[in-house]
Design a protein. Structure first.
Length: 298
């Protein structure tokens, strides 16, 4: 951590007395390139809470304890080979004050308006970081979620807003990680379709958004049948990072799926959250180190 960092117990006091400390920390943060010579990324994701998505496994409020979440994030970011973090403004600002973002890739989460379980979940408004915020804070890129249900008009509004956000990020030469899904409601609950054809179709749609794709990356799930991942990734020439998804009881099986997908030509790394921050055995460092190890030697 940076020598000027504060402790977890001091965060509320600093925010109360010196809110300008956040902008000061952002202005002086040591930066690094998005990727190194290996062109690999391992990013820890923590933007779930802003959509009201606090569950991990059977614990519906696992991510509700902010101090515990920050401790897990600081641990993950301290591990060798971890390149950075993806989160919303509140979490990134806490990490800035804690001094945990020095020489790390910092990605701001842009649309969090599609609250988990809401009737308007697919009208996913851009209520998080704007492109100008990411530029002003000297962050390194942004991420947006694009879920498409052909029967829900909210998807069209999100699709349009996504295209304009891609344009605005590209005009600033800032990379944007687009996380696309085809989705539908099952018993009133929104479910992402992870079949090969559905993921391939989502890739094709996301790749064509905006006036340029020069700064667009794709953030994709491993398909339900991992064998489909090879041809799915041939749908676009854009660089791909893999997302973690729901926490699985079969952690070794999850690692194996990631390992196989990471060998594909366009796949450049991992952007994973709950699987690393809340592993079944509670060992954050071990889970992170295993994930980092999957990207080595590729």
């Amino acid at each position: 951590m940076a020598s000027s960092s504060v402790s977890l117990s001091e965060l509320a006091s600093v925010r109360t007395r010196h809110p300008q400390a956040i902008a000061e920390a952002a202005a002086h943060r040591a930066r690094r390139p998005l990727v190194d010579e290996r062109e690999r990324l391992v990013i820890v994701a923590a933007d779930h809470p802003a959509r009201g998505a606090l569950a991990v496994g059977d614990d519906a409020l696992a991510m509700a304890n902010r101090a515990a979440l920050l401790e897990r994030l600081v641990t993950a970011l301290s591990r060798p080979g971890v390149d950075g973090v993806l989160a919303t403004a509140d979490i990134l600002e806490d990490l800035l004050l804690l001094g945990a973002l020095e020489n790390k890739v910092v990605l701001g989460s842009m649309n969090r308006g599609g609250l988990a379980g809401a009737a308007f979940e697919l009208d996913d408004r851009f209520t998080g970081h704007r492109p100008e915020d990411i530029e002003r804070l000297r962050f390194d890129g942004g991420k947006l979620l694009l879920r498409i249900d052909y029967s829900d008009p909210g998807s069209l509004r999100t699709l349009h807003a996504t295209a304009r956000a891609i344009d605005e990020m590209a005009s600033r030469r800032l990379p944007v990680f687009v996380e696309p899904f085809l989705a539908g409601r099952v018993d009133g609950r929104l479910v992402n379709d992870l079949s090969g054809p559905a993921v391939a179709r989502s890739v094709a749609i996301a790749s064509g958004l905006g006036g340029t794709s020069a700064y667009t990356w794709l953030k994709l799930p491993v398909t339900a049948d991992p064998e489909d991942m090879a041809w799915v990734c041939e749908t676009s020439a854009l660089p791909v990072v893999l997302l973690g998804g729901e926490v699985s009881g079969d952690q070794e099986g999850t690692y194996e799926k990631w390992r196989r997908a990471l060998s594909l030509p366009t796949v450049r790394g991992l952007v994973v959250g709950r699987s690393l921050l809340y592993p079944a055995d509670g060992e954050v460092s071990a889970a992170v180190d295993t994930a980092v190890g999957l990207t080595k030697g590729l």
